[in-house]
Design a protein around this ligand. Structure first.
Ligand code: SF4
Ligand code: SF4
Length: 371
C-alpha cells in the first residue's frame, strides 16, 4: 500500500524544513548512504523563488544538505519549460536553484537518450540519461493548477525528464488535454520516482502554472507514489480526480491507487477552502454537458497580450508547438492553428498572456477571479 506523509509547514524556513525533510527521508525506508540521488524540482522557467511558480530553492537546498549528510552523492537538475537547450542556466539562476544546488547542479539537457515508450501516441522519446543512471531519484513538484492539465503535480513533473524541444514535439503529437494526460503518464512510467516530496507550502491557484495566483497552503507532503501524491493534491485543491487527465490515466494504467482510501495517510489532509480552478476546467467537466458543448462550439482560446508587461522576448513564439504565434511588435495568435495547449501562457516569463473571452466567463462561473 502506498503511503502519504503530510506535515504542516507555514513558511520556507530551514529550521522547519530540515526536521520535516529528515523525517520524510527516513519514512521512505530507502538507504541513502553511498547512493547517487537525482533531485528534480519543478523549474518551469526563469521565475523568482517567491513567485509561487517554481519549487522553492530553500527546500532544494535543505533536501540536498540532508541527503549529503546521509552520505548520498547528489545531483540537482531540471529541464525548464518546453524550450531548448539554453534555458537551464538562466532558469537555475533566476529561480535561485543554482545557489541552492551549488556544485551538485547538473544540466539534464546535455546527455539525451532515446528510449522506447509504451504509448498510443509516440514510440520513442528523448530522455535525460541521468535518471536511468542514478540509484534513486526524488521528484519535487509544486502544488499548482494548470490551464491544460488542471493540476501540475508528481506525474507531470516527470515531463521535465524529457530533453529540450522534445517536450514541444510531444505537445504537438497529443494536443488534446486527455491525450496529453495519457502521454504524461506514459513518460512517467519510464522510471517512476523513488520518492516524491511536494512543495505545497505556497502553491498556485487559478490559471496556473505560471499565470495564476499565489496561495498559501502550508503543507509539505511526501509519498512513495506519484499517483497517490496527485490524489492528495486534488483533495487539497478540492478538485474531482476524474477531471485531471494524469490522475485518471494513472489509475487506469495501475500507476495510482484507486483513491485515498487505498493509501496509508499520516497527517491531516484537508481541502483548502475556495481554491480557484483554471478557467479551462469547464472543457473537461463530464457533468457539464451544456457547458462543455458551449465551450467546444463557441470557444477556441482567445489569448491576449498585456502590452504593458510584454518585453517582446519571443519565448511564446519559440515555445508554441503549433507555430501559431508570430511576433509583429507584439505576439499575434493564429486561432486556426492554435491547439489550446497553453504552452505560451506557461512559458511567458512576464505573465503577459491571458486567456480571455468565454473562458474567463466560465472561470468566474467556476468561482475563480481574473488574475
Ligand atoms: S508575451 Fe511573454 S513570452 Fe511572449 S514575447 Fe511577450 S513577454 Fe515574451
Ligand atoms: S498559441 Fe499558445 S495555446 Fe495555442 S498552440 Fe500555441 S502555445 Fe499552445
Amino acid at each position: 500500500m502506498a503511503y502519504l506523509l503530510l506535515l504542516r509547514i507555514p513558511r520556507y524556513d530551514p529550521a522547519l524544513l530540515r526536521p520535516a525533510l529528515s523525517r520524510m527521508l527516513d519514512r521512505s525506508g530507502i538507504t541513502w548512504k553511498g547512493k547517487t540521488v537525482l533531485v528534480k524540482p519543478n523549474l518551469l522557467g526563469p521565475f523568482p523563488p517567491d513567485s509561487g511558480v517554481v519549487t522553492h530553492p530553500l527546500l532544494v537546498r535543505v533536501l540536498r544538505e540532508e541527503l549529503r549528510r546521509r552520505g548520498s552523492r547528489v545531483l540537482v537538475g531540471d529541464n525548464p519549460g518546453v524550450r531548448g537547450y539554453g534555458m537551464v542556466a538562466r532558469t537555475s539562476r533566476v529561480t535561485g536553484v543554482d545557489e541552492a544546488a551549488g556544485e551538485d547542479l547538473v544540466n539534464l539537457n546535455l546527455r539525451p537518450r532515446q528510449v522506447e515508450v509504451s504509448s498510443r501516441h509516440v514510440e520513442r522519446v528523448s530522455v535525460c540519461s541521468e535518471v536511468f543512471e542514478v540509484d534513486h531519484w526524488i521528484s519535487v513538484p509544486k502544488l499548482k493548477t494548470h490551464l491544460s492539465t488542471v493540476i501540475t503535480g508528481a506525474v507531470k513533473n516527470s515531463y521535465g525528464l524529457l530533453v529540450g524541444g522534445e517536450k514541444a514535439r510531444l505537445h504537438y503529437l497529443a494536443p488534446r488535454a486527455g491525450d496529453f494526460g495519457e502521454l504524461l503518464v506514459d513518460v512517467y512510467s519510464l522510471r517512476p520516482p523513488d520518492l516524491v516530496i511536494m512543495d505545497a507550502v505556497v502553491g498556485m491557484e487559478g490559471n496556473g502554472p505560471s499565470g495564476g495566483i499565489k496561495r498559501e497552503v502550508g503543507y509539505l507532503l511526501s509519498s512513495d507514489s506519484g499517483g497517490a501524491m496527485d490524489l492528495a493534491a486534488c483533495r487539497i485543491m478540492g478538485i474531482e480526480p476524474d477531471l485531471v487527465p494524469t490522475v485518471s490515466w494513472a489509475r487506469k494504467k495501475g500507476l495510482a491507487p484507486p483513491g485515498l482510501g487505498a493509501v496509508e495517510v499520516e497527517g491531516d489532509l484537508e481541502t483548502v477552502p475556495g481554491f480557484r480552478m483554471p478557467s479551462t476546467l469547464a472543457r473537461l467537466d463530464p457533468g457539464g454537458i451544456v457547458q462543455k458543448t458551449v465551450y467546444r462550439v463557441l470557444s477556441r482560446p482567445r489569448l491576449h497580450v498585456d502590452r504593458e508587461k510584454c518585453t517582446a522576448c519571443a519565448s511564446c513564439v519559440r515555445g508554441c508547438p503549433a507555430g501559431a504565434v508570430t511576433l509583429r511588435g507584439y505576439p499575434r495568435f493564429d486561432r486556426d492553428r492554435c491547439q489550446a495547449c497553453y504552452c505560451c501562457c506557461e512559458l511567458c516569463p512576464e505573465g503577459a498572456i491571458r486567456v480571455g473571452g468565454l473562458l474567463e466567463y466560465l472561470r468566474r462561473k467556476n468561482g475563480g477571479e481574473t488574475p
